[in-house]
Design a protein around this ligand. Structure first.
Ligand code: SAM
Length: 298
């Protein structure tokens, strides 16, 4: 898709776009619904000398929908080492480059971070052209606190690393936002219930802005049970997890509770009782109790 024409089309109307001042433009694009593109995104894509796409075939759908015929080039994690310096040279030579990813905001769990760093080091201007991102779409419709949030992207695929990462978020006083694949959702929710407590409020945003959009809310325990019993969901998914309740038991309180119960009853029963009292996961509490005993706690 190459062309000298700088214009875009909305409905039947062709609108001329001006050449852009030289800069690296980070252009957010829709996360499903192509009508979610901003006017400034269209002006920028139509006016740029080069449109750098994560996947040119994916972006062609958006560019064709709006009649944008600019030179495209691929920039993704596998070719960044060669494609990055070429883009920087074009920028340094006074060209304008618009960076887009397959969907949403570039750099948000998508390529671009290194390119932006290199551009800034070279004194090249970097201009954000904000718009859709699945993380914020999910957060705003989740019903969870939006005053403070932590975007955590994708969790590690390996179970042990995933649990360690989740445990590091346990005390964060903010809504947590994760991207997840539908294949791993059930497993991840079980790990979240284990690491963060089954009583935490959460929301699953699926296929946001698309025909089968769904927002399912509940506690982590309820959602983990639901997806363990359901068929693997289809489509793209964001998981939002609410912050710990102010009164939520802190790990030290839970340790004390476990030890005092274990003084009265066998470890497995103590873990089951503690799970009932705290909304936590029995298995995780049992493992914690065994650790405490091994450390000489009882
Ligand atoms: N840069 C993008 C953004 O700003 O949202 C995210 C790119 S990341 C590679 C892709 C992940 O975003 C998907 O696996 C899914 O977790 C989430 N995602 C993207 N579009 C979505 C949608 N329409 N509904 C729900 N989640 C979506």
């Amino acid at each position: 898709m190459t062309g000298d024409k700088r214009s875009y089309v909305i409905g039947q109307t062709e609108i001329a776009a001006r050449p852009l001042e030289p800069a690296l433009y980070l252009v957010a694009t829709p996360i499903g619904n192509l009508a979610d593109v901003t006017l400034r995104a269209l002006e920028t894509l139509a006016g740029a000398d080069i449109v750098a796409c994560e996947d040119t075939r994916v972006s062609r759908v958006l560019l064709e929908r709006y009649g944008i015929r600019r030179r495209t080039t691929a920039y993704h994690e596998h070719n960044a080492a060669e494609a990055g310096p070429k883009l920087i040279e074009s920028l340094a030579a006074g060209q304008s480059v618009a960076l887009i990813s397959d969907a949403g905001t570039p750099l948000v769990s998508d390529p671009g971070y290194r390119l932006v760093g290199e551009a800034l080091e070279r004194g090249i201007r970097v201009i954000p052209v904000p718009g859709p991102s699945a993380a914020l779409a999910a957060l705003t419709a989740s019903g969870l606190p939006s005053d403070a949030f932590l975007f955590a992207g994708f969790l590690p695929a390996k179970a042990g690393q995933r649990l360690t990462k989740l445990e590091s978020f346990r005390q964060v006083p903010a809504t947590l936002i994760f991207y997840e694949s539908p294949r791993r959702l059930a497993e991840t929710l079980a790990a979240m219930a284990q690491a963060l407590g089954g009583a935490r409020k959460a929301a699953i945003g699926r296929e946001l802005t698309k025909a089968f959009e769904e927002m399912r809310t509940g506690t982590l325990g309820e959602l983990a049970d639901h997806y363990a019993a359901a068929e693997t969901p289809k489509g793209e998914i964001v998981v939002c997890v609410g912050p710990p309740e102010a009164a939520e038991d802190q790990p030290a309180d839970i340790d004390r509770l476990l030890l005092s119960l274990a003084a009265e009853m066998p470890a497995s029963k103590a873990a089951a009782e503690a799970a009932k009292m705290t909304g936590g996961q029995k298995q995780a509490l049992y493992r914690r109790l065994i650790e405490l005993k091994a450390d000489g706690g009882g």
